[in-house]
Design a protein around this ligand. Structure first.
Ligand SMILES: Nc1ncnc2c1ncn2[C@@H]1O[C@H](COP(=O)(O)OP(=O)(O)O)[C@@H](O)[C@H]1O
Ligand SMILES: [Mg+2]
Length: 366
């Protein structure tokens, strides 16, 4: 219980970082929240000036000077404390009790508001905003581009029939066909991202999809030198989902895994029950989940790049589209599932997809 006569405890219980300066500009109060944010102990700050305690916060000193000049509250948003915590800061005058009416300033109170959570929410909305914007542009453009592309492809194929085999010109025709195919795939991906469509839910045999995809991918020329290891739980139930879309997700992830391996390496594809992963819908019973894991021992993703991989058009590949993972994220969200990436640079990457099974439980369980 906080006793009103214990002001330090009250300040320590506050979420905001609070600091008070006396008339000489020396720190008299430094609360627990600020200790945590800055990684400084109260004892090491008391009696010191702002410049002593915050030498790296260049934005703070002009703000304090402005406060001293005007004597009114001043606020600055979107600054960074200890180089990592986003904060806003308000500096307000501390009035002497007896002199409150006459307005003698006896010090200043600094209130730091931690913006980390707000930033996270903003980023989330930014991402989904960008997705819907791309959707608009895509549906407008894609159809317009698709028709002439089909014509170009057809014409190149016709030409190829007229040209003798083994010549350079026939190579050119092949390049035209291959490149139009690539553009077509890009447009398809854009269109899929753009359409906010519903998924067609049916019971899906996840192991079977994974099996077929591995068979297909292991035959592709890019998968030369790559070993696929299947670790499936045969007792997995059917999962409610859109088979075609889930196929697209797993194919994207397996292709990314293959593309992350330079020459030789391994891709593990696992299916299992997610024993540790249980969600409870409001008013509903517990949901069991299955987990699909696609892991590779390829290049890995640099730490500072990891948060960007689900953003549309982020790609590190010369011929990449940067739409594979945003598409996966969208499809898994439509399934009310989750997709997570864990990556260690130079070691490899693990993607985990959790999908709920419970809607079909009993009904479709093998
Ligand atoms: N398994 C992986 N290993 C390493 N990097 C990956 C992996 N999966 C995705 N990435 C990174 O994320 C980026 C975006 O992937 P994606 O959206 O599928 O687009 P694309 O494959 O067209 O580049 C890739 O360019 C790559 O840098
Ligand atoms: Mg990809």
């Amino acid at each position: 219980m906080i006793k009103p006569e214990d002001p330090i405890e009250i300040l320590d219980a506050m979420e905001q970082g609070i600091l008070a300066l006396n008339a000489q500009g020396k720190i008299e109060v430094f609360n627990a929240s600020l200790e945590r944010t800055c990684g400084l102990s109260r004892e090491s700050t008391l009696g010191k000036s702002l410049a002593d305690v915050f030498p790296a916060e260049e934005w703070l000193h002009p703000l304090y000077q402005r406060f001293l000049r005007h004597g009114n509250s001043v606020t600055l948003h979107d600054q960074s404390l200890s180089n990592r915590v986003p904060v806003s800061l308000t500096i307000s005058p501390l009035w002497g009790q007896k002199d409150a009416v006459r307005g003698t300033v006896v010090g200043a109170v600094l209130v730091f508001q931690d913006l980390s959570l707000i930033k996270k929410v903003q980023e989330h909305f930014l991402k989904s905003d960008r997705l819907s914007y791309i959707g608009l542009v895509a549906s407008g453009l894609a159809h317009e581009i698709k028709n002439p592309l089909t014509a170009i492809r057809g014409a190149a194929q016709l030409l190829a029939k007229e040209i003798p085999q083994g010549t350079e010109s026939i190579q050119c025709c092949r390049v035209i066909v291959e490149e139009t195919d690539r553009m077509n795939r890009l447009l398809e991906e854009l269109l899929t991202l753009g359409r906010p469509h519903r998924i067609e839910v049916r019971p899906v045999n996840i192991n079977q999809i994974l099996d077929e995809l591995i068979l297909l991918e292991s035959k592709s020329p890019t998968a030369k030198g790559i070993e696929f290891i299947k670790e499936f739980d045969p007792s997995l139930p059917y999962v409610p989902g859109d088979e075609e879309k889930l196929r697209q997700v797993f194919l994207n992830l397996i292709r990314n895994a293959v593309e992350a391996i330079k020459e030789t390496g391994t891709v593990w594809v696992r299916s299992k029950f997610a024993t540790e992963y249980v969600t409870i819908d409001p008013g509903e019973k517990k949901k069991t989940h299955i987990l699909v894991e696609i892991e590779d021992n390829g290049s890995g993703i640099p730490e500072e790049e990891q948060e960007k991989i689900f953003i549309p058009f982020y790609t590190t590949k010369p011929k990449g589209t940067g739409l594979g993972l945003p598409l996966c994220l969208q499809i898994i969200k439509e399934h009310k599932g989750t997709i997570k990436a864990h990556s260690t640079p130079e070691k490899g990457t693990l993607f985990q997809i959790a999908l709920a099974t419970s809607e079909w439980e009993g009904e479709f369980k093998r």
